[in-house]
Design a protein around this ligand. Structure first.
Ligand SMILES: [Zn+2]
Length: 59
């Protein structure tokens, strides 16, 4: 029953929304400090926000 293993891998303890940071490509979860501007949050941390120029984009 590989299905059970796959399901467990994706189970989350929280139901908070998640986004993927475009700089480090890691998922990050909603935090209290972002509650008022979650829609505008793009990066997982201040560090990544500063490193946004490292993202490869088609300018
Ligand atoms: Zn990041």
């Amino acid at each position: 029953m590989f299905y059970l293993g796959v399901k467990a891998k994706y189970m989350k303890r929280s139901e908070f929304p998640q986004k993927t940071c475009p700089v480090c490509n890691l998922p990050f979860t909603w935090r209290k400090k972002w509650e008022k501007h979650w829609a505008d949050v793009k990066y997982c941390s201040e560090k990544c926000r500063r490193n946004k120029n490292t993202v490869h984009t088609n300018n």
